[in-house]
Design a binder for this molecule. Structure first.
Ligand SMILES: [Zn+2]
Length: 479
C-alpha cells in the first residue's frame, strides 16, 4: 500500500504531470503539496470561513536552526538524511540516499521565505487578504484558479496569505527546474508518514529523528503508540468517554462559579484601571462579559466521526481512507457557517485554551482534576491551581494578539489609539523582563513568549485576588 502511495508521485515524470494532478494529489494521496491551502474562520468575519495560503513548513523546527552558527544544524540534517534514506530503503525505493539529499536541498530553498517563529507568534498580524483574481494571476507556474475551485467548489473573493515571502517567491521555488527536488521531498514525506502503521522495527526507525531532535532515549511504548494513533483520528471520541466517566455535574457547577468569580475580578480591575481611558475600559468589560466558557466536555461529537469506519483490515489502508474523508471535510466546511460551539481540544487533555475567533475559554475535564482542581481541595488550593489557569485563559483575550479581536471574535480595533500605544509600551516591558533569561534549554526569547507571559502574569494576580476574597483564604496553600 505504501508503494502504491509512492508510485502516485514516482509516476509524475515532469513538472507538467505534477501540474495536471494537483487536485488528485490533495484529495487522493498521502503526498503533501509544496504549499498549503487551509480553511479557517476569517479573522475579520469569524462566522464565515476563509481560504488561507501558506508555505509547506520546514524539516528542522524553525528558521533559526538553519543559521550556520546554530550548534545543531549539521547533526540534525545529517541524522535526518541518514534516517530518511533508511526508511525509503525499507519501502524498496531506489536511490534512497540521493532522494533524501534532494529533499533537503528543496527544504533549504524554502528557508528564506518561511515565516520565523516570532512572525508566527504574532498571528493577528499575518492576516493578508488578496483578491482571488490577483492571487492566482501572480502565480504563473501553476493553475491555482482551477485548484481553488476544485478544493472549495466555489470561487472565493479572497485568499488570506499567511506567509508573504513564500507567496512572493512562489514561482522561483515551485517550478520545472526544481521539480526533481520537489518530487524527492514529497516521496520522503510519504515514506516517513507511513512508518507508524506497520511493524515495530519500522516504527522505532520512523521515530528516531524525533527522539534525536528532542534528546529522548527511549521510544514510546507500543501501548502508548496505539493510543497516540487512535487519538490522532478519534480524539474527541476518547475525550467524550473520559469526560462522561470522570467529570460530574457538581464539579461543572463549581468550576462555573469560579469562572464567574474570576470574571468579576477582571471587571473590578478594569473599572479601577488608571492607564486606560474610560472608553477603552468599557469596551474591554463588554468583551470580558461576552466570553463564553466551555467546561468539562462538549454536548455532542462532530458528525465527521460517524463517517470514519475501520473496514479494510489494514491499519494503513484505514488511515488512508480516514485522511481522504478528513481532507474532503476540511474543504467542504468552506461554504458552511463556523460552528462556534465546537471544541479544538479533547476532554481528556490536560490543557486549556482561549479562542480569539469565538471569544471562548475552554477547560477540558482532564485539567479539572487534582492537583489543579478537586471538590476535596480548599478554595485557596483550587484558586492557585485551576483559578490561575482560568484567569490565564481570560487574559489571552487581552494579550498582544487577543487584544486585537473584538467581542464577536473579529480582528477589529476597539481601543483608542493612545490606549493601544500605552499597551504596546507595556508589552515591551514584558518582553524585556523575560528576554535573555537563562533556562535549561538556553536563553528565553522575550518576543516569542510574550503572550504566555502576559497571560501568566494576569492569571496569577487575578487568581490571588479571588482567593483572598474567600473566608478560608490560605496563601501557602494557594502558592
Ligand atoms: Zn496560554
Amino acid at each position: 500500500a505504501v508503494k502504491n502511495e509512492l508510485a502516485k508521485v514516482e509516476t509524475l515524470n515532469t513538472f507538467e504531470d505534477f501540474k495536471n494532478n494537483l487536485t488528485q494529489l490533495v484529495f487522493h494521496s498521502q503526498a503533501p503539496l509544496p504549499f498549503s491551502f487551509s480553511v479557517e474562520p476569517d479573522m475579520k468575519d469569524a462566522i464565515h470561513y476563509s481560504l488561507g495560503f501558506s508555505g509547506p513548513g520546514l524539516i528542522l523546527p524553525d528558521t533559526t536552526y538553519y543559521n550556520d552558527e546554530h550548534p545543531r544544524k549539521k547533526e540534525l540534517l545529517d541524522f535526518w538524511a541518514k534516517n530518511t534514506s533508511e526508511i525509503l530503503k525499507t519501502f524498496d525505493v531506489e536511490n534512497a540516499e540521493e532522494i533524501a539529499k534532494s529533499a533537503l536541498k528543496f527544504d533549504a530553498l524554502l528557508v528564506p521565505s518561511a515565516n520565523t517563529s516570532e512572525e508566527w507568534a504574532k498571528y493577528a498580524e499575518l492576516y493578508h487578504p488578496i483578491s482571488t483574481d490577483s492571487f492566482v494571476s501572480k502565480v504563473k507556474n501553476l493553475d491555482l484558479k482551477s485548484l481553488i475551485k476544485d478544493l472549495v467548489k466555489t470561487e472565493p473573493d479572497k485568499v488570506i496569505v499567511y506567509e508573504d515571502r513564500f507567496y512572493e517567491s512562489f514561482d522561483l521555488l515551485i517550478n520545472e527546474e526544481n521539480w526533481s527536488l520537489i518530487k524527492a521531498w514529497m516521496l520522503t514525506k510519504i515514506a516517513r508518514g507511513a512508518t507508524s502503521f506497520f511493524n515495530e522495527d519500522l516504527r522505532i526507525l520512523g521515530g528516531a529523528y524525533g527522539r534525536f531532535l528532542s534528546n529522548v532515549q527511549e521510544a514510546r511504548s507500543q501501548e502508548k503508540h496505539q493510543l497516540d494513533l487512535t487519538e490522532s483520528y478519534f480524539s474527541q471520541v476518547i475525550g467524550l468517554f473520559y469526560g462522561k466517566k470522570y467529570f460530574g455535574e457538581a464539579a461543572k457547577a463549581d468550576v462555573k462559579r469560579m469562572v464567574t468569580a474570576m470574571i468579576k475580578v477582571y471587571q473590578a480591575r478594569l473599572s479601577k484601571n488608571e492607564w486606560l481611558s474610560q472608553e477603552t475600559a468599557e469596551k474591554a468589560i463588554e468583551k470580558l462579559d461576552a466570553i463564553t466558557p466551555f467546561i468539562g466536555f462538549p454536548d455532542k461529537l462532530p458528525e465527521i466521526y460517524s463517517r470514519l469506519k475501520t473496514t479494510s483490515g489494514s491499519l494503513y489502508e484505514d488511515a488512508l481512507k480516514f485522511d481522504e474523508i478528513l481532507t474532503a471535510r476540511t474543504f467542504e466546511k468552506f461554504s458552511e457557517d463556523v460552528d462556534k460551539t465546537s471544541w479544538h481540544m479533547p476532554a481528556h487533555m490536560v490543557n486549556a485554551y482561549y479562542s480569539p475567533d469565538s471569544n471562548t475559554i475552554v477547560f477540558p475535564a482532564a485539567i479539572l482534576q487534582a492537583p489543579f482542581y478537586s471538590l476535596e481541595q480548599s478554595s485557596s488550593q483550587n484558586y492557585g491551581g485551576i483559578g490561575a489557569v482560568i484567569a490565564h485563559e481570560i487574559s489571552h483575550a487581552f494579550d498582544n494578539n487577543g487584544a486585537q479581536f473584538d467581542k464577536e471574535g473579529n480582528l477589529n480595533k476597539w481601543w483608542l489609539d493612545k490606549d493601544y500605544e500605552a499597551f504596546e509600551e507595556k508589552q515591551k516591558e514584558m518582553i524585556a523582563l523575560f528576554d535573555g533569561v537563562e533556562t535549561e534549554v538556553g536563553p528565553a526569547n522575550g518576543k516569542l513568549i510574550v503572550s504566555e507571559n502576559i497571560a501568566d502574569q494576569g492569571g496569577i494576580t487575578a487568581a490571588l485576588t479571588a482567593a483572598k476574597d474567600e473566608k478560608d483564604v490560605d496563601l501557602k496553600a494557594f502558592f
